[in-house]
Design a protein around this ligand. Structure first.
Ligand code: NAP
Length: 259
């Protein structure tokens, strides 16, 4: 399918690895020029170069911490009012409800709620003025089905979801859509480090920790960044203009709910 977005420009934050990289690659395959970002310059440069060579699009790399004001200014300067915005950042650490103090919540809110909101506030006006724009926020299945050990994530992403629900309906009349993509367990460094944490806690091999988690997913496997990216690219397509304010779950059936 021609997604109708060749030649458009996208900003994909936190995109040197994992789900952000999956989104960047799928947009590049659709002919979209990219601004990519991550803190580590080396992995970012390698991923950007692979995209240039695989898809022939233009890629600008901005090494920066997207959760800081300074980092966002530099990334937004390079992106220069993109047509497409995909927001992403690292997830908060796991723990127990008794572990988290005010500063932990502020850090999680900064990374997973206030950063995507700041990016949207910066990018939406030009999209609305042009009469076309696409925003996809990478959140988590924890928005629909809480993961007890990820209470910081559950809290911050619920806040972002509420913001998007209202804002998406305020900008849709200008041809701009905002939707959230909710990953279940995907095969990325983040998933591997959560598996390692469970293995350590239960004193079992990491392969067993992974097998135990796979067994909880009806598809009996982790998702891939490529599958995730393809869904993101579709939400950014010309054809997806009537999809507004939705929370699209990609979880292999893990959330056991009818709707
Ligand atoms: P990942 O494989 O660890 O990749 C994270 C990417 O984000 C890397 O490119 C990393 O590069 C970059 N990054 C992290 N913090 C950043 C920051 N402050 N500023 C700029 N770039 C940053 O993670 P993932 O699995 O793709 O997860 C992406 C998001 O989806 C996370 O919020 C995660 O919690 C959420 N999620 C993932 C899963 C899953 O199963 N994978 C499930 C539910 C939700 P640098 O480290 O070099 O900055």
């Amino acid at each position: 399918m021609d997604l109708g977005i060749a030649g458009k420009r996208a900003l994909v934050t936190a995109s040197s690895k994992g789900l952000g990289l999956g989104c960047a690659r799928a947009l590049a395959e659709a002919g979209v020029d990219l601004v990519m970002n991550a803190r580590g310059a080396e992995a970012l440069a390698a991923s950007a170069e692979a995209i240039r060579s695989d898809f022939g699009v233009s890629v600008t790399e901005v090494p920066a911490d997207i959760t800081t004001e300074d980092g966002r200014v530099r990334v937004l300067d390079a992106a220069d009012d993109p047509d497409i915005l995909v927001t992403n950042a690292g997830g908060p650490p796991p723990g127990m409800w008794t572990d988290w103090e005010r500063d932990d919540f502020i850090a999680a809110l900064d990374a997973n709620m206030l950063t995507p909101i700041a990016l949207m506030k910066a990018c939406l006006p030009a999209m609305m003025a042009r009469g076309w724009g696409r925003v996809v926020n990478i959140t988590s299945q924890s928005v629909k089905s809480p993961i007890p050990a990820l209470g910081l994530s559950n809290s911050a992403r619920a806040g972002l979801t509420g913001y998007v629900a209202g804002t998406a309906r305020q900008v849709a009349q200008k041809g701009v859509t905002i939707n959230n993509l909710l990953p279940g367990i995907h095969d990325t460094d983040r998933a591997a480090s959560l598996d390692a944490g469970v293995a350590k806690q239960k004193d079992i091999p990491v392969e067993d920790a992974r097998a135990d988690r796979e067994a909880t997913i009806p598809a009996r496997r982790y998702g891939t960044a490529a599958e995730f990216g393809a869904t993101c690219a579709f939400l950014c397509s010309g054809q997806a203009g009537f999809i507004v304010g939705q929370n699209v779950l990609l979880d292999g059936g893990a959330v056991n709910a009818t709707l």
